[in-house]
Design a protein. Structure first.
Lengths: 101, 167
């Protein structure tokens, strides 16, 4: 059986769902962040597959942009986590309830 | 041969991604980070199979290099200890798993129902670095410049956030 677009899309969808599962289940802020990266990578895989099977490069340029934005996002997010840890001595989402009513 | 490599890399990607999210042996963030590196490298393998050679290189350099070093650096800096002691809320785990499984089912149904074209177009300008660079500096010049401003903003923001006396 020949590998087509749908195979790549299924892999991408399952990868996205694994990332979503991590965001929902895990309680450590850093692991939640890593799961976010997984979801971004799933989107990248889908875009590259579309770009390949449609025969033009716009999808790959999009992935290039996504990788750059993700790098900036990781830098800012990790700085936020470090600042939070310095203030509250925790990186568990259960302990961060000061905005709860 | 290509099919074999596709299944190999896809299996490796999904297995390592699962071990990032729910490792049955260890809840240590360092283990998750290491499996995330493996996931990213096998995704780069999938990119190579899709003839996106430049993006595969960028993926390894930026993600497996820079981003993961940043993650590991923060993990070392923060020094978690108490994670092992926490217990997961059983109801929350079940509800989350069920809803994510439902979303996965919807995705896969939608993909299989739309029946995308399976025939490969001839790889004329696919993934070569030169056409990618040309398109990046002609059609996408403005987003490219905005992106450089974004990186500058992120850098300033990070420096401001990591100052000692955060107001």
């Amino acid at each position: 059986m020949n590998v087509g677009l749908e195979n790549y899309l299924v892999v991408s969808a399952v990868l996205f769902c694994l990332g979503l599962l991590g965001v929902i289940l895990r309680r450590n802020l850093l692991v939640i962040y890593m799961s976010l990266e997984l979801m971004l990578n799933a989107a990248n895989l889908a875009l590259v597959a579309f770009s390949r099977f449609n025969g033009h490069l716009n999808g790959q340029v999009m992935v290039f942009f996504i990788i750059t934005v993700a790098a900036a996002e990781v830098a800012v997010g990790l700085a936020l986590i470090v600042a939070l840890y310095r203030k509250r001595q925790t990186a568990q989402v259960e302990d961060l309830t000061s905005m709860k009513l | 041969m290509q099919n074999l490599f596709f299944y190999l890399f896809a299996l490796l990607t999904l297995l390592c991604a699962f071990l990032v999210v729910a490792n049955p042996f260890s809840r240590n963030p360092v283990t998750s980070a290491m499996f995330l590196v493996l996931t990213i490298v096998s995704l780069a393998g999938l990119f190579v199979l899709l003839h996106a050679f430049f993006l595969a290189a960028v993926q390894v350099l930026v993600y497996a290099g820079a981003v993961m070093v940043l993650f590991l650096f923060v993990i070392m800096l923060l020094d978690f200890k108490e994670e092992e002691l926490r217990k997961l809320n059983r109801f929350g785990v079940a509800a989350g798993a069920v809803s994510v499984a439902a979303i996965a089912l919807i995705f896969i149904q939608a993909i299989l129902a739309s029946r995308p074209a399976a025939n490969l177009p001839p790889p004329t300008l696919e993934g070569a670095t030169q056409p990618l660079g040309r398109i990046l500096f002609t059609d996408y010049l403005l987003p490219f410049e905005i992106l450089s401003v974004l990186l500058l903003v992120a850098m300033v923001g990070v420096i401001l956030l990591s100052k000692k006396d955060l107001k």
